[in-house]
Design a binder for this molecule. Structure first.
Ligand SMILES: Cc1cc2nc3c(=O)[nH]c(=O)nc-3n(C[C@H](O)[C@H](O)[C@H](O)COP(=O)(O)OP(=O)(O)OC[C@H]3O[C@@H](n4cnc5c(N)ncnc54)[C@H](O)[C@@H]3O)c2cc1C
Length: 349
């Protein structure tokens, strides 16, 4: 039986772990619970449409079914409800955008995702959200119950590459897969990949009375009804920062978007933030290290982890276990030149 070590138990690590268990592979997971995690703060929305240019989310027709099946399976396994289908409304702020939306909604390949504008809102079909914090917490508990997760910081100096696999702290594994989310930028094995980490903040507001939303409303940010007059305003995008701490300076960005369409008193009752592990070309990072055999990465899920993780964890598991090829668009080999340049530089210095 194959024996694989996974570093990181966010969406990437958990989904890969599940795919490997499905293949009857023996898995050990290392996750440092004191670390912040992108998944723990994610709003968990899935949306088949990119609002800016009204395009479909990349590969949505291929990945949507796999996403539903995956979360259904996890719900059954953990005996918890995690995935919620919701109506998603886009606030239409100009006539040009309204015309564009209505034209798109008539195109045969968009009909299943878009409803023409009604009043000031267009509606997206097949959207929803996954309760990410519950997903991570309950899956961690499952891993603990199975005795296959260790709460510690993975130390690269304790890993040794052997002819057939690796050893970590003296134990042998056939392969190791790094699923470290935004922490990958500090991993010398993979820091040559062009990560473009994007910070996100969200707030929860409590309004003085119910604004009776029929679903999630997007006006630049998502306004997610949480019940009891509470709404999550999610989320900002901030580049070139590696701080996980909430940034007070971006709160107005969130609340302005809300105030533009709702005129009601409210107070902020929560404010959280995290880093998204985004790739410069917005495609996930999958594959084997160019020089270290049996050392893999699964990362770069960016702001689409909910949709992408189920499909690409399966894809990577099929590659590692069944030797199936990786789609070139997500294979880290697309950045081989960068790796070669970085390797050359480190050999010179
Ligand atoms: C504010 C915000 C809102 C978001 N909203 C959405 C959304 O609505 N929809 C959506 O699809 N996506 C959303 N995302 C993005 C989503 O969270 C990510 O795509 C996804 O969670 C990334 O998962 P990951 O497993 O790669 O990283 P993470 O969840 O960060 O997991 C990495 C794990 O690795 C562990 N780790 C790292 N290094 C080590 C080490 N050396 N030793 C031990 N453990 C280690 C960390 O502790 C962590 O648990 C959002 C992100 C943010 C920040």
């Amino acid at each position: 039986m194959k024996n694989i070590l996974i570093v990181g138990a966010g969406l990437a690590g958990i989904s890969l772990c599940e795919r490997l268990l499905e293949k009857k592979v023996s898995v050990t997971v290392i996750d440092h619970q004191n670390n912040p995690s992108s998944t723990k703060v994610a709003t968990g929305m899935y949306n088949p449409i990119v609002f800016k240019r009204l395009n479909k989310t990349w590969m949505i027709d291929e990945v949507l079914e796999s996403m539903h099946l995956f979360y259904q399976h996890i719900e059954e396994k953990l005996s918890r409800s995690l995935k919620n289908e919701v109506r998603l409304f886009k606030h239409i702020s100009s006539n040009d955008y309204r015309n564009f939306w209505n034209k798109r909604a008539e195109q045969p390949d968009f009909k299943e995702y878009l409803i023409p504008v009604n009043g000031d809102f267009g509606e997206v079909k097949k959207a929803g959200w996954v309760d990410c914090a519950a997903f991570v917490n309950h899956y961690h508990q499952y891993l603990l119950d199975q005795g296959i997760i260790q709460d510690e910081k993975f130390q690269l100096e304790d890993m040794h590459i052997e002819k057939k696999g690796i050893t970590y702290k003296g134990l042998h594994y056939d392969s190791i897969v790094f699923c470290e989310g935004p922490f990958a930028v500090h991993n010398p094995l993979f820091d040559w990949l062009p990560f473009k980490v994007a910070k996100g903040d969200w707030v929860v507001i409590e309004t003085e009375k119910d604004i009776e939303l029929e679903g999630v409303v997007n006006n630049v940010v998502n306004i997610v009804p949480l019940g009891e007059n509470r709404y999550k305003l999610s989320s900002t995008f901030e580049w070139e920062t590696d701080s996980w701490l909430p940034n007070k300076n971006v709160i107005a960005e969130l609340t302005d978007a809300f105030e533009e369409i709702y005129h009601i008193d409210y107070q902020i009752v929560d404010h959280q933030s995290g880093l998204r592990p985004s790739a410069s070309d917005r495609r996930p990072y999958l594959g084997e290290h160019p020089r270290k055999k049996n050392v893999f990465i699964f990362n770069g899920l960016g702001s689409k982890g909910i949709i992408l993780a189920p499909f690409f964890s399966h894809h990577l598991a099929e590659h590692i276990i069944d030797k199936k090829p990786i789609l070139p668009e997500v294979d880290i080999k697309r950045h081989l030149k960068r790796f070669q340049n970085a390797a050359r530089l480190s050999e010179i210095s």
